[in-house]
Write a protein that binds this ligand. Sequence first.
Ligand SMILES: Cc1ncc(C[n+]2csc(CCOP(=O)(O)OP(=O)(O)O)c2C)c(N)n1
Ligand code: SF4
Ligand SMILES: [Mg+2]
Length: 344
Amino acid sequence: MNDMTPITTTLKDWETDQEVRWCPGCGDYAILKAVQRTLPQLGADPKNTVFVSGIGCSSRFPYYVESYGFHTIHGRAPAFATGIKLANPELDVWMVTGDGDGLSIGGNHLMHVLRRNVNLQIMLFNNEIYGLTKGQYSPTSREGTLSPSTPLGSVDRPANPCAFALGVGARFVARGFDVSKNLPDVLKAAHAHQGAAFVEIFQNCIVYNKDVFNDFAAPKGGEERQLWLQDGQPLLFANGTKGISLNRDKCCLEVVDVVDGDWEAAGVALHDVKNRALAHMLVEMPFGAFPMALGVIYDDPRPTFESAVIAQNAKASEGKVADLAKLLAKGQTWTVEASDADHI
Ligand SMILES: Cc1ncc(C[n+]2csc(CCOP(=O)(O)OP(=O)(O)O)c2C)c(N)n1
Ligand code: SF4
Ligand SMILES: [Mg+2]
């Protein structure tokens, strides 16, 4: 986020006149609405807000938000977003990427924008497939995924976006899903964080990878398998009848039953957004045996990349007057004579 003066807008102020080209029923619509609902609550100003994306269905996002926007090249949104933030740190910059855009062709760029801690909100729409190019498997597709590029089922193991983000040094990592009513709160927390705030958003591609998140994201029944994290609160799920405890001997997490709401007796652990080791364990919990960890998993700010660059530039130029002619004449210079040019 940037330090902005809040202004008053409504959801309508963030809608554009563009025809939305996503398939009917695509989860991207719900994410778009969640973002358009969140921006007024943040006091965001369309004239001070930029959405930057790569290529993919998800990356069409900037067309549909009434703000500045860049639909850039495949996997390269981090480079554009970094440039924007360095040139004008006052802008509030949101990056939109997909599992293919952000973790295939753009994996390297995503790594560096997170590692450098550029002050952005990064939303990775994870539908576990390449939607735009008609359903090839992606780095997050599950083993056995049948697709035009894996007609016998994929054999490689999927990447875990939040584990990737933590592994490369992200200081804010969160999860949500398209139709969740909690998504605006997750986005608000990402916005409040100073630095690169990474949010994985599970998104239903109803055409090429329908309902793969239903086990936890289905409107009815899914709640039982959602672990919504709150800083300082016990890790409870399934209506408080189950919890997550830390087995200190084995140094791993376990699911425990909670009887009569007595989570302390059951040994349920408390969430701590500044505990990096816990964050690693929460994102690595195998879904099925464990619930899906959602909400703010990790939030421990550090100075941002652009603040360090600006401070360094200010120090280097302190008390100096810029003199371009002097700079150009500095060091070794050559004069090319006409006779020399004949030999070139
Ligand atoms: C350099 C380059 N290589 C490949 C492509 C083809 N391409 C466009 S989008 C895409 C994958 C998009 O997948 P994802 O980021 O998951 O977005 P989704 O459509 O699923 O939202 C690919 C491979 C391209 N546009 N440019
Ligand atoms: S192909 Fe999938 S991700 Fe793309 S617009 Fe259609 S439903 Fe959405
Ligand atoms: Mg995708």
